[in-house]
Design a protein around this ligand. Structure first.
Ligand SMILES: *Cc1c(COP(=O)(O)O)cnc(C)c1O
Length: 473
């Protein structure tokens, strides 16, 4: 190490001295001593590193150090997981937290989170109860199932079901349904994890019930159908229907399971969203076990629901794996509250944000775009203009991959700024706004902007404009 570097390192102020600097001591008003010390130590560490790597003496200047400490404190005080405004038009957006909860679900979480609850306590008998009891009856009521169970998410539901029903034996699946959902959820890999042996039948585009029949042998444990959530095979296609699979299973004494993915509890065909059978319809078709997500089309919290025949669900309730996959009380509270809304279909459609957004009519969306534009214009600087366009939104979350819902878009234009610059600035505001860029336009889809977002949306646009004004020459 050169002597000048050693000299500079010696010149870096000590923590105690820094605390007495006026530039730093003003921060005491807002931050505690331990917070301040952590920030100072981190900044001094960075400065030392900089000096060793050839940074100049300017690094030790008081004003600069104080600014670094202040910015470190601000960045430490910001939560990493925070609210964003979804202007993307993707309703069930996996990267943006999937389904926003209904007010009722939010209240239920509040009600049980800060105190004790009867999570595993039977208030009738005064004895130990089970957490699953809070939703099993509801799921049965809403789907017609004999029994039900909930776990952390649908991936966990599939693993639990396969492990419990088919470990060490064969599971027959169509080659056209060996899906990858994203992350590391791929049907063949999940099968390996659960200790079941995958037997692929049919071809990518065509699978017949006779393909399943030909694959049966004494080690077959289960017939599995998987919802092709995020893709579609079109053209010359064929698949074994649920009813065909159910009767083949019945004739051979084998359970038939459906990984339904989204798991819809309401028929959405009257709202222009067709092609998705409800869980009740799946069970009515004779399927023994259906698994589905809580936070996709259901519009609730992250959860995996398993509904079906008692003889197959009961062993899952006793399976040792269940303990590792069990749902926590906050999600359970939100799930119960969400499911209760489904007792009245009209209420569910109005109160559950995911369903409300998916079923908005073109007229409602146009009026919404007018209302939002009018509100925003009042507070925006002259450099910003808002232009309405027709467009399309999608369901997202691995549901209805081909569905394009007509929607209303608001283009945000800012003088002398590109769509890319607007996108970046809005992503970095206090309440970030996520939109999309299409044909060099920055667009916000009004379908996924919630009423509660509106005040923040105005503030974020103003904040983004202020950041442009700073950057501009
Ligand atoms: C989404 C999905 C899963 C995974 O569900 P998570 O609740 O995200 O764990 C599994 N299978 C299918 C078919 C899906 O669409």
């Amino acid at each position: 190490m050169s002597t000048s570097v050693q000299h500079m390192l010696k010149g870096i102020p000590k923590v105690d001295r820094l605390l007495d600097w006026p530039e730093i001591s003003v921060l005491r008003a807002e931050y505690s001593r331990p917070e301040l010390l952590t920030a100072i130590r981190k900044v001094l560490g960075q400065i030392r590193e900089g000096v060793r790597n050839g940074g100049g003496a300017a690094a030790c200047e008081a004003g600069r150090i104080a600014a670094l400490v202040a910015s470190e404190l601000i960045s430490r005080s910001k939560r990493s997981l925070q609210t964003v405004i979804n202007g993307s038009g993707v309703v069930v957006h996996t990267n943006l937290g999937r389904s926003p909860l209904a007010d009722e679900a939010e209240e239920a979480i509040q009600a049980v989170s800060a105190g004790y609850s009867n999570l595993e306590y039977d208030l009738e008998t005064g004895e130990r109860g089970t957490r699953y009891a809070h939703v099993e009856g509801l799921i049965c009521e809403l789907t017609g199932a004999e029994a039900a169970l909930v776990v952390n998410n649908n991936a966990a539901a599939v693993i639990l079901a396969l492990t419990s029903l088919a470990q060490g034996r064969e599971v027959v699946v169509s080659r056209g349904e060996l899906v990858e959902i994203g992350g590391s959820f791929r049907i063949p890999d999940v099968m390996t994890q659960s200790g079941a042996k995958l037997v692929e039948v049919g071809t990518t585009n065509r699978t017949h019930i006779r393909d399943f029949l030909n694959a049966l042998n004494e080690t077959t444990a289960l017939l599995l159908k998987v919802h092709t959530s995020n893709f579609a095979i079109v053209g010359f296609t064929a698949e074994a229907t649920l009813a065909e699979m159910a009767s083949l299973g019945r004739e051979n004494g084998l359970p038939v399971m459906l990984d339904a993915g989204s798991g819809c509890l309401i028929d959405l065909a009257p709202y222009g969203i067709s092609g998705e059978a409800t869980v009740r319809q799946n069970l009515d078709a004779g399927i023994d076990v259906v698994t589905f997500s809580g936070d996709k089309l259901l519009g609730g919290p992250q959860a995996g629901l398993i509904a079906g025949k008692r003889q197959y669900i009961e062993p899952m309730k006793r399976h040792p794996l269940l303990r590792a996959l069990r749902m926590d009380k906050l999600n359970l509270a939100a799930l119960e509250a969400t499911l209760r809304l489904y007792r009245d279909e009209r209420r569910a459609l109005a109160a559950i944000p995911t369903l409300r957004m998916l079923t908005m009519t073109a007229g409602q969306l146009t009026r919404r775009a007018d209302m939002i534009t009018r509100k925003l214009r009042r507070s925006l600087p002259d450099s910003v203009s808002l232009v309405k366009h027709p467009g399309e939104s999608s369901a997202g979350g691995g549901s209805f991959p081909l569905l394009q819902l007509p929607t209303a878009l608001i283009e945000v234009r800012v003088d002398r700024c590109s769509a890319q610059q607007i996108e970046t600035a809005l992503r970095r505001t206090k309440v970030p706004v996520i939109g999309r860029i299409q044909n060099d336009r920055f667009l916000l889809d009004v379908r996924t902007i919630l009423d509660r977002d509106l005040p923040d949306l105005g503030r974020s646009l103003t904040e983004a404009c202020a950041s442009f004004a700073l950057e501009m020459p």
